[in-house]
Design a protein around this ligand. Structure first.
Ligand SMILES: Cc1cc2nc3c(=O)[nH]c(=O)nc-3n(C[C@H](O)[C@H](O)[C@H](O)COP(=O)(O)OP(=O)(O)OC[C@H]3O[C@@H](n4cnc5c(N)ncnc54)[C@H](O)[C@@H]3O)c2cc1C
Ligand code: FES
Length: 1432
């Protein structure tokens, strides 16, 4: 067929997007348009309908085509609150893509990550966003309503993506031909429903309520097991009728007109397959010939061209320049087929991973021999753990293998397909080749003209001779005497949630049973390993040869392991290389263990079935060496080892207080539905004003250097630069200031000297955000180190060079008692022990963003996602050299803050304002995730040296601490950190406590407050010391903990008046109650029993208490009643997901409601809280420290009280005249009588209103000694919330902060390079918890403690303190490791078994290293030595 190298006329191309702006859409009867001809890209801001067809509106077409990069662009214009991590790693931008097949008349629907999906690739598709499911005008979808009713949104930024992942799963489940579910339910199972969101990140909720929403649709759910919600009051009342109905099929995901259009243009479509869209340089050839014609034509050879399939690879390898042309390979039929042939299955390279899974599991495969079926199923199961559903739906097998071959990508697909002897077919400029995957991977990286065509997976059977499909000579054996073993493995930071493995492997072996001896002989072994830091997946040939023909014994296995160690050698520079190498041994052992008689016997002794006592999962029992057992699928066993598939369960225990109705009620979060439907407006959803420009930071990559100049590479992207704004652009009367707090200012730009890697040097301004981001990457920064000292990059450097910030004496914490005396009283002392703690990144889902719009008379309006509008205004004014009243900062809601949008948000707002001021045009910035992670500092790293004295019964008598806090380059609010550390540390009675604190100034990004700043470290340090003392005394840690808990008297001596009255000290009650209700002692025994019975898995259980001091701050509030009786409220606090608006509304409703005796006044519906506006409500302060909700509530309580007092007498006199009156009458009369219906108040807390919060948690974990993976089996948490203002909101805060704490303690590795540049700079390398990593059983109790006169309606804070309780997980892991070390240590080495430092975070490599990287070898050596010699 002739190729259309210069395609004219352009192909018709259309797509619809459902959901979005204001106009309607035909298929839902909401109007809309249907332009039949001409190029028209209906991607206008206000359009729901997106059509890309021939003809008219070139302007809009041009806009899309300039940015053919992703459909994300459309969503931005459609005002979606989508995440912009742009790596496919967060799921916030998931939409449903529907494709219509005119031949079968079927529509296929699947979720995709819109940030990676190229606009032109959705030609003739339909897109449904969450707003397309339902919205404010048309009514919400049941998914939206359930998100709201189950309290499953907080900041709401992740929610649209969550909704669409769930919707996609429900849509596809309901299409299956499984049995009809009971009315009201979907066909989905609760496990599938929970798994649907496994690739979606949420930083706020802790996932439990989101999992409940998902499970509420599942036919096999017991509704009573679902958590706190507004659909029923008690679990016993649970009934599907009370839920918003699941109405499958209600949403039309593919409009009829588009079907008709496709049907009517089929011929045209086919003939246009070889055409392209010249303006966007998008080509969709229909044959390889055409591809090569295009590639070889002059126009292409000189251009920046990309071959593309699903484009998910751009989520891994960031593009460094703009592409001029794209060639979409998915239109080539040969590449898209999946063919079952007698010798296996051949997949075209464009077949997606999801489609491959379907085909591998298809029922037609039943014709295969059971071995073959099993292998296909196992391949499919492994593929199911690759990335996430919304990536797998677009990601092709071919794209994956090309990246594995060309880019050394750590592919799973390559490894598993290698193990089964797959064959690939590919084409180069010189011809077509068919070779084994192994040979393909070994070739030099293929050039960009090589096209992978297909992958053939051979069909394996013990009954056939498979030698025809591999180069290896294989033995054909009668079926009955042999079997095939196949297994795949992967160890990844998160079992299901979008994480590439540290190492993956797949093993295949023929096993022949020797009829005479009964022994099993190994034949034809394939051992494939990948992702461990090798160039590509490999076969361990030497090991295979060594094992072939052998009967497995411990010594043979040991010999194989020795050979394997010589094979699996990660490249220099690979992180955790010894850990990765040890995983190879682990997996090999796991695979072969059942074949070796003596291993099975040994294991059987150890692996007693303890299912009767285990809390959740059992350790897989010993395996037999009978061949029929071997042939059984082992998936369930290993999957249980990984344990990701357990359905979460939970219990919430809350008491509602009706004293101050509606305060105290668990009402739905304000705005939850619009968050779910995507209508909630975040800063970047505000439509761009006319002539808006976009900025991106250029930052330094050196820690300390002179900046001699900045030039830009000559690339496509750099041509897009409109302006570069730097320090030189600051107005004469302005200042180079980017941030300010009471302790000092921070510059906006490094001028001639950069002082840390990540420091802002300037802003590139361009016409789109993508252009700006790409252009900023083209900067060449010219550095010089002349006359400069080496940078200070660590606490040790800072100590050596005495680089410290001053700590104001007024806030230096107070020492307690006499240290010398305390030490003298001690029976034992531990001197100079050390603890180190790293940083943590905020990982708010909405990265830093601002929009600045110049206004008349030298004024500027800045929309900023900030927790601190007041100081943002001040910084902008100072930077621009204008008075503060020229600057209006507006913040409606923030997509997650956690402290990172307090001070760190200011430079972004200031930079936008400066650029807008300079260019006289609106400028907006939305930081990409990488820039955000590099520039924004995060939690303070610390180093602690301690000396502790204690009695022989564990009572501590004295503690001295040298505390070094890494503050980074500027002071920020770091002087507040020491007292937070010490306050949290003081949760135990240390006898005498002294400290020496230094705030280290280093050449690193400034560290700022992150949720529970300092407190989380202080609380952890306390636990580490307690555990050290316990280990030293060989006592159990609990006794030492209990021994050192405060009495009320000692509490007062440590905390002074903050401790309140004796009755307020609820911690002892909490601890007693929790330990008894959670059956702590009984479970402790069960854990010990489990550990005695199991060699390769150990459990640990631990509890921790916390004491957390908070201090409310002055806050303003304003309540105004409008003529119609509706009420508008302004508060100083910003809604950052913490539920502040909800509590404030409840409070105003409560106070205004006091005018009536009737509690059903339903005032809540009349109240609206509006955005924070720095010129409307001054002295707003900042939203932080867990107390802004209550402070804002106090302010509006006062303001509402003023209104009540103004209205009360009027109401009385009206009632005397008219009898009972309505709210509307009262207000209209008040208006007529000129009553001032607006009241403001500035609440200033009394002196010493700070108070203590108490809580405790018990966590039980299971550690896999072989991989280092931790599963949190169960957490029980009790928190004293006083009389909660809204128990649902507080519960959300508690669970969410606990899970964020799990991230700190187990998962989040904050890594810098030798220049201090953050290298864990995206979702790829920085792993926050996902739904599969939270406690499998999560029970939370809100304790309702008594009346507290001084606190707002007796309530207490909930936002930060529970984060500290996550250290219970860390402590439990330590207990499990201790058990493992005891198991594998020699008897005379008990001390080192129990005394060790477990780092934070306790990641898989850290845990495994402490358990022993070589435990398997040691174990085998012991067995082998009892047999005789070791084979090698
Ligand atoms: C968040 C995330 C998590 C992931 N996790 C995993 C994981 O755990 N394990 C794993 O194995 N993979 C993982 N992946 C990788 C994923 O499987 C690949 O990105 C995907 O398979 C690539 O397919 P694609 O169709 O999107 O390729 P594209 O992105 O379109 O292409 C990738 C590259 O291959 C080239 N190319 C594509 N097709 C061909 C062809 N037929 N011939 C020649 N060149 C071609 C393209 O030019 C491009 O350079 C993950 C990806 C993401 C984004
Ligand atoms: S609610 Fe999920 S990220 Fe905020």
């Amino acid at each position: 067929m002739a190729a259309a190298v210069e395609p004219t006329p352009p192909a018709p191309c259309c797509a619809t997007i459902k959901g979005g702006g204001d106009a309607g859409f035909p298929c839902r009867g909401r109007g809309g348009r249907c332009v039949k001809d001409g190029w028209e890209v209906g991607v206008r801001c206000e359009q729901r309908e997106v059509r890309v067809s021939q003809g008219r509106s070139f302007h809009h077409l041009a806009r899309v085509l300039e940015n053919p990069h992703s459909i994300h662009w459309i969503q931005a214009r459609l005002r979606r609150g989508f995440g912009k991590n742009l790596k496919g790693g967060c799921g916030a931008c998931v939409v449903l893509l529907s494709k219509y097949d005119p031949v079968s008349d079927q529509v296929k629907e699947f979720s995709v990550s819109s940030c990676l999906t190229l606009l032109c690739s959705i030609n003739f598709c339909s897109v449904t966003t969450t707003e397309g499911l339902g919205n404010t005008k048309d009514g919400y979808h049941s998914i939206h309503q359930r998100f709201s009713g189950f309290h499953a949104t907080q900041c709401g930024f992740c929610t649209p993506g969550m909704c669409m992942s769930l919707f996609s799963a429900l849509t596809n489940a309901d299409k299956t031909d499984g049995p009809e579910p009971p009315i009201g339910f979907s066909k989905i199972t609760k496990f599938e429903a929970q798994k649907a969101i496994s690739g979606n990140l949420c930083r706020c909720t802790g996932y439990r309520p989101i999992a409940d929403v998902c499970k509420s649709f599942a036919a096999d759910v017991d509704l009573e097991d679902l958590g706190l919600n507004t659909f029923w009051k008690k679990p016993e009342d649970a009934n599907v009728d009370k839920l918003p109905p699941h109405d499958q099929g209600k949403i039309c995901t593919f409009p009829e007109f588009l079907k008709s259009e496709i049907n009517s243009s089929m011929g045209a479509l086919e003939s246009s397959q070889d055409s392209g869209l010249p303006e966007c340089q998008w080509y969709r050839p229909s044959s390889l010939e055409q591809v090569y014609k295009l590639l070889n034509s002059n126009e292409f050879t000189e251009r920046h061209v990309k071959l593309v399939m699903g484009n998910t690879g751009s989520g891994i390898y960031k593009e460094n320049d703009l592409y001029e042309k794209y060639i979409d390979l998915t239109g080539i039929p040969e590449l898209s087929v999946a063919k079952r042939v007698s010798k296996g299955i051949t997949f075209g390279a464009a077949v997606t991973i999801s489609r491959a899974i379907e085909v591998l599991k298809e029922k037609d495969n039943t014709v295969l021999h059971s071995d073959g079926k099993l292998i296909f199923c196992k391949i499919a199961d492994h593929m199911d753990k690759v990335a996430s559903p919304f990536i797998r739906n677009m990601a092709s097998l071919g794209g994956n293998l090309i990246m594995a071959q060309r880019n050394q990508f750590a592919s799973d697909i390559a490894t598993i397909l290698l193990a089964v002897g797959s064959i690939v077919c590919f084409q180069t400029a010189s011809g077509r080749l068919i070779i084994s995957l192994e040979e393909f991977l070994k070739l030099p990286p293929c050039d960009d003209r090589t096209i992978l065509i297909s992958i053939h997976i051979p069909y394996w059977s013990s009954a056939i001779d498979s030698s025809s499909v591999t180069s290896k000579v294989m033995v054909s054996v009668p079926e009955n005497d042999s079997s095939i073993l196949f297994e795949t493995y992967r160890a990844a930071p998160r079992p299901l949630g979008n994480a590439v493995s540290y190492l993956n492997s797949a093993f295949l072996a023929h096993v022949i049973s020797d009829k005479i001896s009964g022994n099993l002989i190994l034949q034809n072994i394939h051992l494939a390993f990948g992702a461990y830091g090798s160039e590509h997946a490999i076969r361990a040939r030497k090991v295979e040869e060594f094992l072939t023909g052998k009967i497995l014994t411990a010594s043979i296995l040991l010999g194989a392991i020795h050979l394997l160690k010589e094979t699996i050698i990660p490249k220099v520079g690979t992180r955790h290389s010894s850990y990765r190498a040890s995983l190879a041994i682990t997996f090999l052992f796991n695979f072969f263990q059942p074949l070796a008689k003596e291993l099975v016997v040994a294991e059987k002794i150890n692996n007693v079935d303890i299912s009767s006592v285990a809390t959740l999962t059992d350790y897989p029992n010993g395996k037999t060496n009978r061949s029929e057992d071997i042939m059984q699928p082992r998936t369930s066993k290993f999957e249980q080892l990984c344990n990701p598939n357990v359905i979460l369960s939970s219990k919430q225990s809350v008491e509602f207080s009706t004293d101050y109705h509606p305060v105290g009620m668990p009402i739905n979060k304000v705005g939850a539905e619009i968050q779910a439907s995507g209508e909630a407006i975040y800063v970047d959803d505000i439509p761009s004003p006319k002539d808006c420009l976009y900025g991106a930071f250029v930052y330094s990559t050196r820690p300390l250097a002179h900046i001699e100049g900045i030039t830009f590479k000559s690339t496509q992207a750099s041509q897009k630069i409109i302006a570069y704004i730097g320090a030189g652009d600051i107005p004469k009367r302005g200042e180079n200031i980017g941030c300010r707090f009471v302790f000092g200012d921070e510059p906006l730009f490094a001028d001639s000297l950069t002082e840390y890697a990540g420091q802002c040097l300037g802003v590139v301004v361009a016409e789109t955000q993508r252009y700006a981001n790409m252009a900023a990457k083209q900067a060449n920064i010219h550095y010089s180190n002349e006359d400069l000292e080496p940078p200070i990059l660590s606490i040790e450097d800072a100590i050596a060079r005495s680089s410290f910030f001053d700590l104001p004496p007024a806030i230096y914490p107070k020492q307690i008692g006499d240290l010398t005396k305390g030490m003298d009283e001690a029976d034992y002392k531990i001197l100079s022990a050390e603890i180190k703690l790293g940083s943590q990144y905020y990982f708010y889902m909405e990265t830093q963003t601002a929009l600045a719009i110049p206004d008349e008379d030298n004024c500027i309006v800045v929309y900023s996602s900030t927790q601190f509008p007041e100081h943002t205004q001040g910084v902008i004014a100072k930077c621009l050299g204008v008075p503060e009243n020229n600057v209006r900062v507006i913040t409606r809601r923030v997509g997650g803050g956690f402290g990172g949008k307090a001070l760190p948000s200011m430079p972004i707002a200031a930079a936008c304002a400066l650029a807008a001021f300079t260019l006289h045009r609106p400028v907006r910035m939305y930081l990409d995730r990488k820039t955000d992670m590099i520039m924004i500092g995060g939690r303070h790293p610390m180093k602690i040296n301690y000396s502790v004295g204690f009695k022989s019964d564990g009572k501590i008598t004295a503690l001295h601490i040298d505390l070094f806090i890494n503050a980074g380059i500027t002071i920020d609010l770091s002087p507040l950190i020491p007292s937070a550390v010490i306050t949290a540390l003081e949760k135990y009675n240390w006898g005498a406590l002294s400290f020496n604190i230094k705030l280290c100034k280093t050449n690193l990004a400034t560290k700022s407050a992150m949720r529970a700043p300092g407190d989380v470290q202080g609380s952890y340090i306390a636990e580490a010391i307690i555990e050290h003392v316990a280990a030293f005394l060989s006592m159990d840690t609990d006794s030492v903990r209990k021994q050192n808990l405060h009495t009320y008297e000692s509490l007062r001596s440590f905390y002074g008046p903050s401790s309140g009255d004796a009755s307020e000290y609820t911690l002892p009650v909490i601890v007693n109650e929790l330990t008894s209700t959670a059956s702590y002692l009984q479970r402790l025994g069960m854990v010990q029993y489990f550990n005695n019975c199991n060699k390769w898995k150990k459990r640990g259980i631990s509890w921790v208490p916390i004491i957390y001091r908070v201090a409310p701050r002055p806050t303003p509030g304003k309540v105004s009643i409008l003529n119609d009786g509706s009420v508008v409220i302004e508060v100083g606090g910003v809604e950052i997901g913490q539920g502040l608006w909800t509590k404030v509304k409840q409070m105003v409703a409560f106070v205004l409601g006091q005018l009536w005796d009737d509690v059903n006044l339903n005032l809540l519906d009349r109240l609206r809280i509006i955005q924070v506006d720095s010129l409307s409500l001054i002295q707003a302060g900042f939203t932080a420290g867990s107390t802004t909700s209550e402070s804002s509530c106090e302010a509006v309580r006062l303001a509402s009280g003023i209104l009540v007092s103004r209205l009360k007498s009027l109401k009385q006199s009206l009632e005397e005249q008219m009898g009972s009156i309505s709210w509307e009458t009262l207000i209209s009369q008040a208006t007529m009588q000129a009553v001032n219906l607006s009241a403001s108040a500035y609440w200033v807390p009394e002196n010493k209103l700070d108070y203590l919060n108490y809580g405790a948690a018990i966590s039980e974990v299971e550690v896999d000694i072989l991989t280092g993976a931790t599963t949190i089996l169960r957490t029980d948490l009790t928190y004293d919330c006083g009389q909660s203002l809204n128990p649902a909101v507080d519960l959300g805060q508690i669970e969410g902060s606990f899970v964020q704490g799990i991230g700190f303690f187990l998962y989040e590795e904050h890594v810098e390079n030798s220049d201090g540049l953050v290298v864990s700079d995206g979702t790829w390398t920085y792993k926050i918890p996902t739904v599969d990593t939270i406690p499998k059983q999560f029970n939370v109790k809100l304790m309702k403690s008594g009346h507290h006169e001084k606190r707002l309606l007796s309530s207490k804070a909930s936002g930060e303190p529970p984060l500290l309780l996550a250290s219970s997980v860390h402590c439990a892991v330590r207990e499990a490791i201790r058990a493992a070390r005891a198991e594998f240590s020699s008897n005379d080495d008990n001390h080192s078994a129990s005394t060790f430092q477990l780092d934070v975070p306790a990641t898989m490599p850290v845990v495994k290293e402490l358990c022993g990287l070589n435990t398997v070898e040691k174990y085998l050596e012991t067995l082998a030595s009892s047999q005789g010699k070791v084979e090698a």
